[in-house]
Design a protein around this ligand. Structure first.
Ligand code: GLU
Length: 444
């Protein structure tokens, strides 16, 4: 049996009931085959893949807090420190009822390669909780965040592990967590990114994931003879990534016609009104029905359906496993030329294969959405030098990073005779640096 197959079997046997983690490992290891086979003897002796798929450590803890009625609530908190061979663990905190250890492990595993692809010195980690901030008062969110950080603060630090936002964790949650870290540990350090601008945050961090997604998409299109200008774009999701992806798409001359949330989706043939979307989602924290009610050109539909709309470019920006094989078929039938993942692993494995077989340009999340964590690393740099850079400085660095990422994965794919296969390219380019650092640092 090949080394890759052996490790895949072992990961599934050792981590039962973690389907998302299996999916992420399978996707990465399958596409690493050519790079692994070229060095099979060394990697096998070093047990490199066994070490890479086993987190350095994982924490699971109780998070008790008191709700507005005086009732004690108990959630579960997680932090998985996956790999720090190229820098301190880095990755977001997801607050969503679906969160469990397998989901955090899949996200942490993906983060290793994504962070490596940025070219910046950051390792891979992820955390979160099954707490649902939706419908909670500010006081309840603060109570949860303080309790969560009371435990988490034992394991993190500016040079150790630097969490950030993810689904459910935005500026408000990061603020409450930073305050609690400071209170308990007594140090003022860049222990979290995505901070507010008044206390060490970076300009352009809020926009970074969405903007970065468009910078990479624009470069991918350009290198394949297309212009983003004038293209119709379907976006799923309506959180931070989706909002700023839509904004940048419009700035680049494309037209975004859809967004979605957990209950329905909007089709707006005139183009999504980003200012209104921000008002509904960021200020009112309301449903998309409010967007549709306030905008005459918009239709609201219950359930799923974004991928049935005719478009040139599809940007899944909601969550994992939201673009299935039948969606991929609909996109291809409608003439879609490119899919770039704003979320982490939104496209299922069979859907990805179908898109690639049908010559749709496909940029995987670990490359396409790396702009968020890359700008987090820029926030860490600013915190270390106790300076802040201008919006233009950060944004132009972000743009350079995204263009570089695309060329790195394009080159890696070509080196292994897989031209145009950006999934393989991203995994190999991300893996090579981490593998080299792990081997150089010995068995640890
Ligand atoms: N949660 C984001 C991601 O999936 C950002 C992580 C960070 O900034 O550390 O990459």
């Amino acid at each position: 049996m090949s080394y890759v197959d052996e490790v895949l079997e072992r990961v599934i046997a050792k981590n039962p009931a973690e389907p998302e983690f299996h999916q992420a490992v399978k996707e990465v290891l399958e596409s690493l085959r050519p790079a692994i086979e070229a060095n099979e003897e060394t990697y096998r002796r070093e047990a490199l893949l066994e070490r890479l798929t086993e987190p350095d450590r994982q924490f699971k803890f109780r998070v008790p807090w008191v709700d507005d009625k005086g009732q004690v609530q108990v959630n579960t908190g997680y932090r998985v420190q996956f790999n720090n061979s190229i820098g301190p663990y880095k990755g977001g905190l997801r607050l969503h009822p679906s969160v469990n250890l397998g989901i955090i492990k899949f996200l942490g595993f993906e983060q290793i390669f994504k962070n490596s692809l940025t070219g910046l010195p950051i390792g891979g980690g992820k955390g979160g909780s099954d707490f649902d901030p939706k419908g909670k008062s500010d006081r309840e969110v603060m109570a949860f965040c303080q309790s969560f950080m009371t435990e988490l603060c034992k394991y993190i630090g500016a040079d150790t592990d630097v969490p950030a936002g993810d689904i459910g964790t935005g500026a408000r949650e990061i603020g409450y967590m930073f305050g609690q870290f400071k209170k308990i540990r007594g140090t003022y350090e860049g222990v979290l990114t995505g901070k507010g601008l008044s206390y060490g945050g970076s300009l352009a961090r809020t926009e970074a994931t969405g903007y970065g997604l468009l910078y990479l998409t624009e470069e991918m299109l350009k290198c394949n003879g297309h212009d983003i200008k004038g293209k119709t774009v379907c976006i799923s999701g309506s959180g931070n990534v989706a909002i700023y992806a839509a904004q940048k798409a419009h700035q680049l001359g494309a037209k975004v016609v859809t967004v979605s949330d957990s209950t329905g989706w909007v089709y707006d043939p005139e183009g999504i009104d980003v200012a209104l979307l921000k008002e509904v989602k960021e200020v009112k924290r309301a449903r998309l029905t409010e967007y549709a009610a306030a905008r005459q050109s918009a239709e609201y539909h219950e359930g799923r359906g974004v991928w049935s709309v005719k478009c040139d470019i599809a940007l899944p920006c909601a969550t994992q496993n939201e673009l299935f094989l039948e969606d991929a078929k609909a996109l291809v039938a409608n003439g879609c030329i490119a899919v770039a993942e704003g979320a982490n692993m939104p496209t299922t494995l069979d859907a990805t294969e179908y898109l690639q077989q049908n010559k749709v340009l496909f940029a995987p999340g670990k490359a396409a959405n790396a702009g968020g964590v890359a700008t987090s690393a820029l926030e860490m740099s600013q915190n270390s030098e106790r300076l802040s850079w201008t919006f233009e400085e950060v944004d132009s660095k972000l743009q350079g990073i995204m263009v570089n990422i695309f060329h790195n994965l394009d080159d890696a794919a070509k080196r292994y005779g897989k031209e145009g296969d950006y999934v393989t390219g991203a995994n190999i380019a991300g893996f090579e640096k981490v593998a080299e650092a792990m081997i150089a640092q010995g068995v640890c």
